[in-house]
Design a protein around this ligand. Structure first.
Ligand SMILES: Cc1cc2nc3c(=O)[nH]c(=O)nc-3n(C[C@H](O)[C@H](O)[C@H](O)COP(=O)(O)O)c2cc1C
Length: 215
């Protein structure tokens, strides 16, 4: 197989543009529009988002999750509170969220703070999950070393038997994080790498300031 030099892989971005006149005062409304357009374009995993957290020593780490809610100006995702990201957020609530929709040549970067979602909201979402995903959430010590896959499956099967015929309860260590944004950047790819970037920054009076950034 011929080896392709990765430095030679390049693409012009010419699908769309973002103009000042396209920008609403509320960045959440533009985010909603872009998310809907990603869903309508049938991109893979349109709600996938890369979550950045920081360790107490100031070391960053990232992973992908799925956005499950967007309401009251907050972005909501679900995870294990005792996972690596959960332990980091317990010490430092600063968080970043990066959405990338390659097919639309768009990305959105959000920065803000995360708080645990109210437990009734996590309960409501947990009830909507497929039965086996609810069991999985109960038994997986997310981010911890485990002996083997067999051991994981044995624990899963035991838990399935335990909840047979009963409503599976949400474990205390699993639930939502609601991210309150303070900075949201919209990026639309343009030809010649002269991309459109608009940054919304939350002001102390609750208004969003908008600035165009150099690409
Ligand atoms: C497409 C995709 C979606 C994912 N969605 C979630 C999710 O919604 N919640 C979650 O806890 N992990 C999700 N994961 C797994 C995380 O990326 C990660 O492995 C896990 O949360 C543990 O991360 P941590 O050890 O950094 O805490 C997803 C992974 C992928 C690739």
């Amino acid at each position: 197989m011929a080896k392709i030099n990765i430095a030679d892989i390049r693409q012009e971005y010419r699908k769309s543009g973002l103009r000042e006149s396209d920008l609403p005062g509320d960045p959440l409304s533009l985010f909603n529009r872009w998310l809907q357009e990603a869903i309508e374009a049938e991109v893979d995993e349109p709600t996938a988002v890369i979550v950045g957290t920081v360790s107490p020593e100031g070391k960053p780490s990232t992973r992908t999750v799925l956005l499950k809610g967007l309401h009251d100006g907050k972005f909501v995702f679900y995870t294990n509170y005792e996972s690596r990201k959960g332990r980091q957020l317990a010490q430092n609530p600063h968080i970043s969220l990066s959405f990338v929709w390659h097919a639309l040549e768009r990305q959105v970067h959000v920065e803000g703070t995360a708080t645990k979602a109210p437990s009734d909201e996590s309960d409501e979402y947990f009830r909507k999950r497929p039965y086996k995903s609810r069991i999985g959430a109960r038994i997986s010590p997310q981010s911890q070393p485990i002996k083997s896959r067999i051991q994981l499956i044995r624990t899963f099967v035991r838990e399935v038997a335990r909840w047979l015929g009963k409503e599976v309860e949400r474990p205390d260590n699993w639930g939502g994080y609601a991210v309150t944004p303070t900075r949201i950047e919209f990026w639309q790819g343009r030809p010649n790498r002269l991309h459109d970037r608009f940054l919304y920054t939350l002001q102390s009076n609750g208004e969003w300031e908008i600035n165009r950034l150099a690409p």
